[in-house]
Write a protein that binds this ligand. Sequence first.
Ligand SMILES: *[C@@H]1O[C@H](CO)[C@@H](O)[C@H](O)[C@H]1NC(C)=O
Ligand SMILES: *[C@@H]1O[C@H](CO)[C@@H](O)[C@H](O)[C@H]1NC(C)=O
Ligand SMILES: *[C@@H]1O[C@H](CO)[C@@H](O)[C@H](O)[C@H]1NC(C)=O
Length: 503
Amino acid sequence: MKASMRSRQEPRRVSNGVIIAAMLLSLCVLSIVKARYCSTPFGPGKPEDQLQEQMNSSIRMETDDEPASAVKTAGEEEDEDVDVQEDSGPAPKVTSAAVAANTGSGAGKKDKSKKKKKPTCFMTSKRSERCEAAGDIRVVGNTSTIYISPLDREWKTKPYARYHDPVAMSHVREFTLKPLPSGAAAPACTKNHSVPGFVFSNRGFSGNLYHDYTDVLFPLFLSTRKFKGDVQFLLSDLKPWWVAKFRPLFRQLSKYDVVDVNNDLETHCFPRIVVGSDFHKDMGIIPSKSAGHVSTGDFKRTLRNAFGLERAAASRGGATGTGKPRLLIISRKNSRRFLNEREMAAAAAEEGFEVRIAEPDQHTDMATFARLVNSADAMIGVHGAGLTNMVFLPAGAVLVQVVPFGGLEWLTRVTFKEPAADMEVKYMDYNVQLEESSLLDQYPRGHQVLVDPYAVHKQGWDALKTAYLDKQNVRLDLDRFRATLREVLVALPPASTSTTPAT
Ligand SMILES: *[C@@H]1O[C@H](CO)[C@@H](O)[C@H](O)[C@H]1NC(C)=O
Ligand SMILES: *[C@@H]1O[C@H](CO)[C@@H](O)[C@H](O)[C@H]1NC(C)=O
Ligand SMILES: *[C@@H]1O[C@H](CO)[C@@H](O)[C@H](O)[C@H]1NC(C)=O
């Protein structure tokens, strides 16, 4: 699939520093797959709230190439134990620590666990486990073993912040922490490091931009910023194209090249090791929970530095000296498409925007796309991983999430609406009406899909996904669209206070 970016007046091929390639993103679908949740009968009252509560923790976007069979088989059996360290054999301490952390049942417990010596590995949130040790540390990535002296006993962990999601975790390599054997049985160091090692993984659902950020990059940032570059990243299941994509960000966090820990056949030795990131919330950081009180704003600033993004702030006057704000329309090709993209672009131009249309995909050069997003004052797109690019928007920019027909507000809230505020992005919904949806052509009048979305939700995730996410395209009502654009203009910071250069 080819990505394209075109100005509205003169559609043109993408060439000069623009977007070429093909990305799994366009195949991205949001999915919440949990038979257990879906089969729960919803009581009377507020079905959307109940559904949200029950599906909350499994909201995800995944690429179509994730093994669907794993989705089906992982389901029910594995669900129950994901919050505790199920793979770690006899681990009473960990289990109770995990439970205490998860129930969050009051400050008393927290104080108590602070007085006790922390276990080597423990759940730092429902989604994340961290193991930490100091001493004589020898990492044999080839066998995913970390020898530690001193260490009380063996531990097992998976360094990916999605513990509540067995499907994602089934793809993540497990590391074993073992007491260092004495004498000749100890593996000899082939690389000595003076800084701490930090182990994380890019399996799970990474490769999908939303998961790259919410499962890996935000957690990595909030966990490692405190090292001020003096940390050696050890990436498990390393995918070279993935590292290349985010290398500028890793450079901001570590002075050293990322190590392909499972494949480099070295024994890396460290004075200290951390395995696994902490997790705070979807696409965000809670400063009070982070070492050094880093914030989502710090993350955005770091991204700006990493990718050389010049604009700190959006403005009604735009960046380019045209005096017009730039609207970026995020295009999708395979599902949830805009059917009247050109008309939308024309309408936006008439409302006073300079318009760009772009479709990011897996091979999109990150820096190039980041600069395009950063040059925009407003961004609009149908719900999907492409909206994750809002991390590059300048402060005060407006994000318009087009919510497909089907009662999906709860889904779109957690993924993009709530994270927007911390990113200093103004958020607007555009809720697609039935008249604007391709569903009207696909189903007879009066069909349940058209008249009773919540009844479809109750049939489970697959039904919901098929009906409203995979098979729906949208044709925005241009009058409504124009009205939205006028709201966007009002919401943008006035031109006079604009375009402070990035620091
Ligand atoms: C579900 O998510 C929403 C929004 O993040 C949150 O307010 C609510 O407490 C969550 N509910 C549960 C049961 O986790
Ligand atoms: C790496 O592990 C494989 C199997 O686990 C083993 O056969 C091989 O000898 C190991 N290589 C090194 C250099 O340790
Ligand atoms: C690493 O340090 C240890 C202990 O000082 C030393 O014995 C070993 O030779 C060093 N290895 C390398 C490759 O420098």
